[in-house]
Design a binder for this molecule. Structure first.
Ligand code: HEM
Length: 494
């Protein structure tokens, strides 16, 4: 009996070795500082809390940099390459589009949305969705961004001059309210009520998905579906989906009030031309109510989550770099005049060059999507000469690329917004916060506008002060977070 069991194990190991021999050979050739354990590979390094997991991702990004841009690793029986070279990432993003196998839990998060959908679903949908993200469409949301930013500034008033304030709950409600209005065309007002049921459900859903991402055993269908978190996840998702369904029903009933301008190909409201048409209404017109239902949840979460991280990190960086904040305040005074609280305009946004550099520098050092993934469906030789073998799982370390001294120089880890004002980047793909290629972020302009509008509104009213100075402690989740909920202190300027 024992002999038969031993024989079975030996056979299984031999089969695994035979199937993975190309990967094993490459792993030996490329080399890795960290020990791969039998069966687990490097998965043991990804066990722990979210801070520990983020630190492991950082270690592999640095490992890739130290080996010329690419480091191999094993997660259980799956072979991965972690890439932190800009040109290699660019080649990957141009050639591979599939990411669905690796992101099971997060795919549950966004439902049938094209964001994490298999390539055959993603490709035609992406084409249909492109007009939703046109410059004109995004610009039409400026009124929403300014109104919600003013509300954010007012909500923070009670916390000003009072000691520590955790920015995350404020910023999180702000971006959810903004996303609800632009994506669904619904005024949520969660900034005024932190027990708002949708806000609570979205927060819980994102928390659970973050948990799911950090536990590799959730990759096993049976374990995931029988875990209590899965049931909670489904409950929260049903609450959000019901909210979306009600919005769709209401917009569908009023769809005759929306028309398309034949010249600009943009939709407008026949009842009130100044009202911005939400992405949901545009989807109902251009795709169908069913198509809109499939995409709404993904869009809502994409628009809310990463933008919140971008704004919160920007404010935290400004708090920690008073000279940068002073320089930015000077720019705000030049553009808005002294003591002006007027709403931000499109012309202002174009003139706020230093603010743009501050936001980009923040996204460089703290990319909300710190890693993105792809699956290699065929062989490819990267510009660095490394062969990507069919079947390899690719982890693109955006964190690593954006801190790689080869592209950013010896001060790559320093917060220095001026680097974005010193002429165009030599390699555009050294900045990958929004990814690139056909599957890159279509919401980049939206994200930049909402972040800059909120920052320009808040920083004219408050000085942001740091509470700590040491290295930031980061958490790996659906988007990158800071362990203390971005706690700072605020000082009124007016
Ligand atoms: C600072 C804020 C944001 C950041 C850093 C960000 C980052 C990203 C990244 C890195 C990807 C690509 C992932 C990959 O290649 O696997 C992505 C995809 C996407 N983002 Fe964003 N995003 C932000 C804001 C937004 C906003 C505001 C929207 C919508 C209004 C949005 C909508 C999307 C969509 C729909 C995709 C999927 C694209 C596709 O698969 O074709 N994002 N985002």
């Amino acid at each position: 009996m024992l002999f038969q069991a031993a024989l079975c194990v030996i056979l299984l190991v031999l089969m695994w070795w035979w199937r993975n021999r190309k990967f094993i050979q490459q792993y030996r050739k490329l080399g890795c500082t960290y020990t791969a354990l039998p069966i687990l590979g490097h998965a043991h390094m990804f066990i722990g809390n979210r801070e520990a997991i983020m630190n492991t991702f950082i270690k592999f990004g640095e490992e890739a940099i130290s080996r010329g841009g690419v480091a191999p690793l094993w997660l259980v029986n799956e072979y991965h390459l972690c890439i932190a070279d800009a040109l290699d990432c660019e080649a990957v993003l141009k050639n591979y589009f599939s990411k669905d196998k690796l992101l099971r839990m997060i795919r549950l998060l966004t439902g049938d949305s094209f964001i994490f959908a298999p390539v055959e679903i993603w490709k035609p949908r992406r084409r249909l969705m492109a007009p939703l993200f046109s410059v004109r469409s995004t610009n039409s949301f400026l009124g929403v961004f300014t109104r919600q930013s003013t509300r954010l500034a007012e909500q923070l008033q009670a916390a000003a001059n009072q000691g520590p304030v955790a920015l995350w709950p404020f910023v999180n409600a702000f971006t959810l309210d903004t996303a609800c209005e632009t994506v669904l065309g619904v005024e949520l007002n969660s900034q005024l009520d932190n027990n708002n049921p949708l806000l609570v459900a979205v927060d819980r859903l994102v928390e659970l998905a973050g948990d799911g991402l950090t536990k590799f055993w959730y990759q096993i269908d049976f374990i995931m579906k029988n875990h209590p978190s899965y049931r909670s996840f489904m409950t929260e998702q049903a609450i959000i989906q019901q909210f979306i369904d009600e919005s769709i029903k209401e917009k569908e009933e009023k769809s005759h009030t929306i028309a398309m301008n034949p010249n600009t190909k943009e939709f407008f409201s026949l009842e009130d031309e100044s009202r911005p048409v939400s992405l949901l209404e545009k989807l109902i017109q251009s795709v169908s109510a069913a198509g809109a239902r499939a995409e709404a949840l993904g869009l809502l979460l994409a628009a809310a989550g990463s933008a919140a991280a971008a704004l919160a990190f920007t404010l935290l960086m400004l708090a920690r770099h008073p000279a940068v904040q002073d320089k930015l305040y000077q720019e705000l005074r030049e553009v808005f005049g002294e003591d002006s609280a007027r709403p931000v305009t499109l012309v202002d946004l174009q003139r706020l060059k230093y603010l743009e550099a501050v936001v980009r520098e923040t996204l460089r050092l703290f990319p909300p999507a710190a890693n993105i993934v792809r699956e290699a469906h065929r062989d490819l030789t990267l510009p660095s000469g490394v062969e990507v073998l069919k079947g390899t799982n690719l982890i693109l370390s955006i964190w690593g690329v954006q801190r790689n001294p080869k592209y950013w120089g010896p001060d790559a880890h320093e917060f220095r917004p001026e680097r974005f004002l010193e002429g165009p980047l030599e390699h555009q793909s050294a900045f990958l916060a929004f990814s690139s290629g056909p599957r890159g972020c279509p919401g980049a302009q939206y994200a930049s506008m909402v972040t800059k509008t909120a920052a320009a509104t808040l920083l004219r009213r408050y000085r942001v002060r740091p509470l700590q100075h040491g290295p930031l402690r980061l958490l790996f989740s659906v988007t990158l977070k800071e362990i203390d909920n971005f706690t700072v202190s605020l000082q009124s300027r007016i």
